[in-house]
Design a protein around this ligand. Structure first.
Ligand code: CP
Length: 305
């Protein structure tokens, strides 16, 4: 791997190598001294053209734990507002001798475009509605911590699949690790092609929850919806919202996940998000270890360590 652009292009072996390396880094970040010199003298630019809390902070903390030098760029307040292109922006950042770029962009394929045009290792931190590979990796890492091997395990991805990059990367990662995947949501929020990926489709959330070992619940992404896909958030919540009473009424225990940010009271009630079913904050903790593993392995492959 020179870049991490998506899960689609990774082999099972590569995913397993990242997860094994993350296990080591999780142990490191739970030590009293959490910092290791692995990426000393490696310079990383975090360039975010879209808002982020978890991914941006998690990458930054992971880089600090690995002793990398970092620079942070966000489009707001930059010369992008004066018309500077993505390529010019990144070439200027790279002129400052940057080895690795972590990019989030609203356009599908922006990281792939950069990977073709610049000499640095590119990590996709979310490109539009396409992929969010490090989120999928931290999600499968978190599932494995609870369930062991994902071979034959059943995972339901519930919510706005149409606009979700987490959903698509999750499907690729889970299938490569041998899990069965079901998607569930209003039919207007499920892409037409999705069955061709080998996933089951369900529109009844209770049936999806009853089927699965893990429910990964996605956010309704109103900011990406130019037309109305659902009558109202209230109606969505009524038919697809998950609350603790629903979870408790199942005849099995399931694990509840969400990549964040949560629309509390829409896709998840607070009593579900904060219940014993939920591992949402463990996902956030694991994000640091997984991102350390990704950057460590990329730097090793580039021999820039
Ligand atoms: N899960 C995730 O990508 O969250 P942020 O948008 O806050 O980074």
């Amino acid at each position: 791997m020179q870049h991490l652009l998506g899960i689609k292009d990774l082999t099972r072996q590569e995913i397993e190598q990242i997860l094994e390396t993350a296990t080591h880094f999780k142990e490191v970040i739970n030590r009293p001294i959490k910092k290791v010199p692995s990426l000393r003298d490696v310079t990383i630019a975090n360039i975010f053209f879209e808002n982020s809390t978890r991914t941006r902070l998690s990458f930054e903390l992971a880089q600090k734990r690995l002793s990398a030098d970092i620079i942070n760029f966000s489009a707001s307040g930059s010369s992008v507002s004066k018309g500077e292109t993505l390529l010019d922006t990144v070439k200027n950042i790279l002129a400052m001798k940057v080895d690795m770029v972590v990019i989030r962009h609203s356009s599908v394929g922006a990281p792939h475009f950069l990977a073709k045009h610049v000499k640095a290792s590119i990590i996709n931190a979310g490109d539009g509605t396409h992929e969010h590979p490090t989120q999928a990796l931290l999600d499968v890492f978190s599932m494995q911590e609870k369930l062991g091997s994902l071979e034959g395990k059943k995972v339901a991805i519930i919510g706005d699949l149409l606009h979700s990059r987490v959903g698509l990367s999750g499907i690729f990662a889970l299938q490569k690790l041998g899990a069965e995947v079901m998607v569930c949501g209003p039919i207007t929020l499920i892409p037409r092609y999705i069955e061709s990926l080998g996933v089951k489709v369900e529109t009844n959330v209770r049936k999806a929850l009853q089927w699965c070992d893990v429910a990964n619940v996605l956010r309704i992404q109103l900011e990406r919806q130019q037309v109305k896909y659902i009558p109202s958030l209230r109606e969505y919540s009524l038919y697809f919202g998950i609350n603790k009473a629903l979870l408790d009424s199942l005849d099995k225990e399931i694990i509840l996940m969400h990549p964040g940010p949560i629309n509390r009271g829409v896709e998840l009630s607070s009593d579900a998000a904060d219940s014993h079913h939920s591992i949402i904050l463990e996902q956030v903790e694991n994000g640091v270890a997984v991102r350390m593993a990704v950057m460590y392995l990329l730097a090793s492959n580039l021999a820039i360590r």
